[in-house]
Design a protein around this ligand. Structure first.
Ligand SMILES: [Zn+2]
Length: 358
């Protein structure tokens, strides 16, 4: 069972970067996710409803020079969930955590009371995120990542209380009376876990037997995922050093990859789609960067730095106005390339641009 998400196409999102040729924010595999961040909309109550909720956020984020909505998802007071960056793109919601953290905004502001429907939807999204990633994501408020009031006192207390939602049951199918996990994850478009079916399930079973983790099979592995598959897979996960929820017998991407060598399914590389990439943006010239400069290339550079792990330099942003944070992040990146002197002055030249953005 999956939560219902209103797609970008349905709510009428603009093309990424307001540019139909744009590929959008960088791909991030589910295996990179570690945290689930809750946000609010800011100081003011939100009165908008329906598609106007994500559209207003999009307009604001595009105006900041971002690619589009920076949150992975947005939840409104009616409990609707809108797709922002979605499951597998880098976010722009919390510097330093845009790759490892899934960011969700509950569209309330100030002291506005979040509705039970909104909290239940956010909680369902959290559980779905844990299923998809195959791990228990850390529950975070934006202020756990950076100094900010976000997500406001009410939502932050809710996160700290463990995100309870009245009458809400995690959509996992629960745990069998035997204590064996019974839920499914989707990896590369294929399902794994109790009840999943297909030749890829047989392939997992055969690989488990080959690695010496076939004890729970009474008959050989087959195409329908059973508790025996889960028990054997859990034994394999423990052999890799996983424990707790990470060794519950439902595959995560990394254990599956090490079991099979490659991931079965529609793609075997980190590329989400095989369509030809538009030409990367050309180096705009040194004059695009530096004190007082404000343009989309500064944003693009900043987002690329964040995606490469240099987000710690940003207290806010990145954004279109050149800042000391941009300079410090560029310098750190340049030094990491082994460059020194004027090659590591914190201003991008063509080679810095090529390695980061192109
Ligand atoms: Zn926030």
């Amino acid at each position: 069972m999956s939560v219902k998400i209103i797609s970008r196409a349905t709510w009428g999102a603009a093309p990424w970067d307001n540019d139909p040729r744009s590929d959008g924010p960088a791909y991030v595999p589910l295996s990179s996710r570690r945290e689930f961040f809750v946000h609010y909309d800011g100081a003011h109550h939100v009165g908008r409803t329906g598609y106007a909720v994500p559209r207003a956020i999009e307009a604001q984020h595009l105006a900041q020079g971002w690619s589009g909505v920076g949150y992975h998802f947005v939840v409104d007071q009616a409990g609707n969930i809108y797709e922002g960056r979605g499951w597998t793109r880098t976010g722009a919601h919390c510097p330093g955590f845009n790759v490892s953290g899934i960011g969700v905004q509950i569209a309330v502001g100030g002291d506005q009371e979040p509705s039970e429907a909104a909290l239940a939807a956010c909680r369902a999204l959290y559980d779905e995120a844990c299923q998809r990633t195959g791990r228990t994501l850390a529950k975070r408020g934006h202020r756990d990542g950076i100094a900010t009031l976000c997500p406001g006192p009410r939502l932050y207390a809710w996160v700290q209380a463990g995100m309870p939602a009245k009458g809400y049951q995690p959509p996992t199918g629960g745990t069998a009376p035997t204590g064996v996990a019974r839920y499914q994850v989707t990896i590369n478009g294929l399902s794994y876990g109790y009840g999943a079916e297909g030749s890829h399930v047989t392939r997992v079973g055969e690989a488990l037997v080959a690695k010496g983790h076939g004890d729970a099979y009474e008959v050989g592995p087959g195409p329908k995922w059973s508790d025996a598959d889960t028990k054997n897979y859990a034994a394999y996960q423990r052999s890799l050093g996983f424990s707790g929820d990470d060794a519950d017998g439902v595959p995560g991407e990394s254990s599956l990859r090490s079991l099979l060598g490659t991931l079965p399914g529609k793609t075997t590389t980190a590329k989400p789609k095989p369509k030809p990439k538009p030409k990367p943006p050309a180096f705009p010239g040194r004059s695009a960067f530096g004190p007082g400069k404000r343009n989309a290339n500064v944003t693009r550079l900043g987002e690329a730095l964040v995606a490469k792990g240099y987000g710690r330099f940003y207290k806010v942003g990145p954004g279109p106005s050149w800042s000391n944070a941009d300079r410090n992040a560029v310098r750190a990146f340049q030094r990491a390339q082994g460059w020194t002197g004027s090659d590591a002055d914190g201003y991008p030249g063509p080679e810095t641009w090529r390695r980061l953005v192109a």
